[in-house]
Write a protein that binds this ligand. Structure first.
Ligand code: SIN
Length: 290
């Protein structure tokens, strides 16, 4: 397998690999190490079916069922992200976020397979949150050190849910669940269990406020941190082709699906996995480095 970085901050393209073949222990280790290092891997021309998609997940962890976007049997772990050509609403994932950060146990990564892509547009942006933390001004670092951030599942609950007509993938994601409005507290800084690199863990889609502060008090601080967290210097932008696969580290990145392809259909298939747990990140210490 060959690996080439795709930007100075995040992501690598992996070639000379066919994920339809059985994945050896050696390849498993190489893929895991590559993800730990680059946080985002793209693998063109793979054309995986549902079973192969889930097999790839097992390289990194166990596939989970997205409680708000479960797939159809027999593969409830696979969420189909579809925007039809005449769908004028927003797009699923069309804001900076990390997947499902409002869950008690958020997934450690996700794998997206491109099934049908528009002739242009429909890219996805990724931002390296380790770099964002390293370069955060010291006074903001001080605000976050040992601080928890409150996350809620805004699109899926009652309190913050957008009107149905503005919601993407109407009917295929669940909403009005009071449990999604429940506040979940996660550390603002998570340290990668393998590389020990600390990274920011907050995002504008699900992060509501800083622990110990009201929403109003938190807003300007969160806005300024989030603006920093997605500076172009920490980002890459990937253009999809049918059959392409992307794998990302969900604790050390944010991503954003660009909604710029009205008049064209786009279909993706996503699985999220639990590999490292959030507790692995919380208890990771520099001396654990191997
Ligand atoms: C997502 O947020 O997982 C979807 C990204 C995309 O469709 O590009």
């Amino acid at each position: 397998m060959n690996i080439h970085p795709i930007s100075g901050s995040i992501g690598a393209v992996v070639t000379n690999i066919d994920l339809k073949n059985p994945i050896s222990d050696r390849l498993t280790e190489d893929l895991r190490n590559a993800l730990d290092q680059y946080l985002l891997l793209t693998l063109p021309d793979q054309h995986l079916d549902a079973t192969q998609h889930l097999k790839l997940c097992e390289v990194f962890g166990s596939p989970i069922v997205n409680p708000y976007g479960p797939g159809q049997p027999p593969h409830p772990e696979l969420t189909h992200i579809i925007k039809e050509k005449d769908d004028g609403a927003g797009v699923f994932g069309g804001g900076w976020h990390t997947d499902l950060s409002f869950l008690e146990e958020p997934p450690s990564g996700s794998i997206l397979c491109a099934i049908e892509v528009p002739p242009y547009g429909g890219d996805t942006l990724f931002s390296n949150q380790q770099m964002a933390w390293e370069t955060l001004p010291d006074p903001l670092k001080a605000m976050l050190d040992d601080r928890k951030i409150v996350h809620v599942g805004k699109p899926y609950g009652i309190k913050w849910a957008p009107p149905l007509e503005e919601q993407s993938m109407k009917g295929s994601t669940l909403r009005n669940d009071p449990n999604a409005d429940r506040e979940r507290f996660h550390p603002a800084i998570l340290r990668h269990p393998k590389t020990q690199r600390p990274g920011l863990y907050l995002n504008p889609t699900y992060s509501l406020r800083l622990d110990g502060m009201s929403e109003a008090e938190s807003r300007p601080i969160l806005d300024s941190i989030m603006q920093h967290a997605t500076l172009p210097e920490f980002c890459c932008r990937i253009s999809w082709s049918a059959g392409m696969v992307a794998v990302w580290d969900n604790f050390s990145t944010q991503h954003y699906a660009v909604n710029d392809y009205f008049g064209f259909r786009r279909e993706m298939r996503r699985a999220s996995f639990s590999g490292y747990s959030i507790q692995d990140y919380i208890s990771s210490r520099p001396q654990d480095a191997s």
